[in-house]
Design a protein around this ligand. Structure first.
Ligand code: ADP
Ligand code: 5GP
Length: 228
């Protein structure tokens, strides 16, 4: 069967932001469970301390402040930002090769970093995850039991600033019921694959001739009183 379209095979760069505790990590993990063969979550570097449950090379590459600053000088980051007194950055390595081989690359990063990516790669897909309310956000942050009171307060204050930046993103997902939020993320990514600007070529030959050939090969026309 001859194909009608040649579409861009390059993977999409997908940026996911939202206030700490809104559920970005939970949504992404669920999404990856069903899409691991064609999607990859970039592992960032950070100078923050490990939290209970954090694994080196899985959640982050944990480095010192000095090591992070050396990496900035060596231009190792696609973007980086300071969040709650710690550095966070996306290593450039592996991103381009994965995109080129058709893998979608997910970056779970805060707003300043996302806006840096928007400057360099405006065609990336920018998704903002919103909590249903500030009360729910507080409950999720406290319920996660990963930070002390001071860190929670810092993250909560920052949430107000971040939510104000939502209109700089392409999509917003309110994370109320987790299954619905994951479905929305899946739908956004699928819709982006259907954009006509991904079409590189349309293979359409001579219309009359092709119709004629297709009908001539169609056995259901045999012995029918149709001249083709
Ligand atoms: P983030 O990655 O945005 O900081 P997490 O994914 O760590 O947030 O989620 C924060 C807390 O909220 C976790 O304890 C998680 O289990 C919980 N959570 C996430 N999404 C939901 C949801 N839709 N309903 C209820 N709890 C949720
Ligand atoms: P946490 O300390 O909760 O793991 O992350 C704090 C914030 O840093 C979250 O909003 C998370 O999305 C963001 N973050 C994680 N990695 C990066 C990164 O590489 N760059 C930027 N700019 N933000 C990041």
């Amino acid at each position: 069967m001859s194909k009608l379209l040649k579409e861009r095979e390059r993977g999409s760069l997908i940026i996911i932001s939202g206030p700490s505790g809104c559920g970005k990590g939970t949504i992404i993990n669920e999404y990856l469970r069903n899409n691991r063969d064609h999607a990859w979550l970039s592992v960032s570097c950070t100078s923050r301390k490990k939290r209970p449950g954090d694994e080196e090379g899985v959640n982050y590459y944990f480095v010192t402040k000095e090591e992070f600053e050396a990496m900035i000088k060596e231009k190792k980051f696609l973007e980086y930002a300071v969040y709650n007194g710690n550095y966070y950055g996306t290593p450039k390595e592996y991103i381009e090769s994965r995109l080129a081989s058709g893998i979608d690359v997910l970056l779970e990063i805060e707003v300043q970093g996302a806006l840096q990516v928007k400057e360099i790669i405006p065609e990336a897909i920018f998704i903002f995850v919103m909590p249903p309310s500030m009360e729910v956000l507080r409950d999720r942050l406290v319920g996660r039991e990963t930070e002390n009171r001071e860190a929670i307060l810092g993250r909560f204050k920052r949430a107000y600033k971040e939510i104000n930046e939502v209109t700089k993103y392409n999509y917003v997902i309110t994370n109320d019921k987790i299954e619905e939020a994951v479905l929305k993320m899946q739908s956004i990514i699928i819709s982006e694959k259907c954009r006509v600007d991904r079409i590189e070529e349309v293979y359409l030959g001579n219309e009359e001739e092709e119709i004629h050939e297709l009908l001539r090969d169609d056995k259901s026309f045999i012995n029918k009183d149709v001249e083709i």
